[in-house]
Design a protein around this ligand. Structure first.
Ligand code: XIL
Length: 317
């Protein structure tokens, strides 16, 4: 059995992968993306982001996002929808606009309402707010925080819930996969949203890790339990485990161990609904272009051949 089949047999909802529109012209890539034995869920890596969906104010373009949503539907794969409010990949009319509290609030609500309404019924979950925290656990000083304050977060969740009451609403971030100031701050975001009378269903643990310094299975599991105690589910939403290149047999063996421990933390935690890798092949990983000198972060290599990490994941499921 493959990754999704094994995850579902364990009681998880899915094992999945990110993908992106430019990759869909690669027929060998698409053949494996469509392999529902391994992938029961997909996430659009870019095409539902604000710059892609509302490039100028109140003009919405869903073409690329729809290609991936339609592919998921045709394959019978769940869709994690990503994302609504994030400081990055904003169109310049947002990031460099002239705003007041009232005008930015109206623009944010209009964006959320239109995008969530368009995809209503197609998403398992929405990442409503992405990366709202700095690494020290303070709020990230983004444009929404500057003009609206922390209230932008519960207001975003309430707006999304009003547009689609059935979709799961997630807060998603990195460096919240283990105990520390940032994870505590993410737990406080869950409480903040609830204190406003809004709903949050889940917390996404991105999981952009480094070979040899991936948090242990037990630290990831206890951290998941801390979120679950607040009454939310969790998911690993963007897993990849990068290394300093070149790849060696020793690094690939450690990567297998690190993937296995991370997936096992989800497997042992009933509140963890699934794991998504941030693309399945090194051929299309975001890592080399973002982290200089690093790469080989995915379970399949750049020739679409399975690495030891694949077996590591499978043994954890
Ligand atoms: C990345 C995409 O994979 C890249 O193609 C893009 O250039 C930048 O964004 N955290 C997130 C994702 O929440 O949206 C990011 O995706 C990776 C980090």
């Amino acid at each position: 059995a493959g990754l999704d089949t094994s995850a579902v047999a364990l009681g998880k909802l899915y094992f999945g992968t990110a993908t992106d529109n430019p990759e869909l012209t690669d027929t060998a890539y698409v053949t494996q993306l469509n392999n529902t034995d391994d992938f029961g869920q997909i996430t659009p890596g870019n095409s539902q982001k604000w710059d892609a969906t509302e490039p100028s104010q109140n003009t919405f373009t869903f073409t690329n996002g729809d290609v991936i949503a339609d592919l998921a539907e045709a394959n019978g794969q769940k869709l994690r929808c990503h994302n609504l409010v994030w400081y990055n990949q904003l169109p310049s009319w947002v990031s460099s606009g002239t705003w007041t509290n009232a005008t930015l609030l109206a623009a944010m609500k209009n964006h959320i309402t239109n995008v969530v309404t368009h995809y209503k019924g197609q998403c398992y979950a929405w990442d409503v707010v992405n990366e709202g925290l700095a690494d020290d656990g303070t709020y990230r000083d983004n444009i929404f925080y500057q003009y609206i304050g922390e209230a932008y977060i519960p207001i975003a969740f309430a707006t999304a819930a009003a547009a689609d009451p059935d979709v799961k609403l997630y807060y998603n971030d990195y460096n919240i996969e283990y105990a520390g100031a940032k994870s505590t701050a993410a737990q406080n975001i869950v409480k903040l949203i609830k204190s406003y009378g809004a709903k949050i269903d889940g917390v996404g643990l991105q999981g952009h890790f480094i070979v040899g310094s991936t948090p242990s299975q037990s630290s990831q599991a206890s951290n998941m339990a801390a979120f679950a105690a607040l009454g939310v589910e969790v998911a690993i939403t963007e897993l990849d485990i990068r290394m300093t290149l070149p790849s060696t047999d020793a690094l690939l063996a450690q990567q297998k161990t690190d993937y296995a421990g991370t997936v096992a933390a989800c497997a042992q935690t009933s509140a963890c609904v699934g794991v998504t890798i941030w693309d399945w092949t090194d051929k299309y990983s975001w890592v080399p272009s973002t982290f200089s000198g690093q790469g080989a972060a995915c379970p399949w290599d750049e020739n679409l051949v399975k690495k030891p990490a694949y077996t590591g994941i499978l043994t954890a499921l």
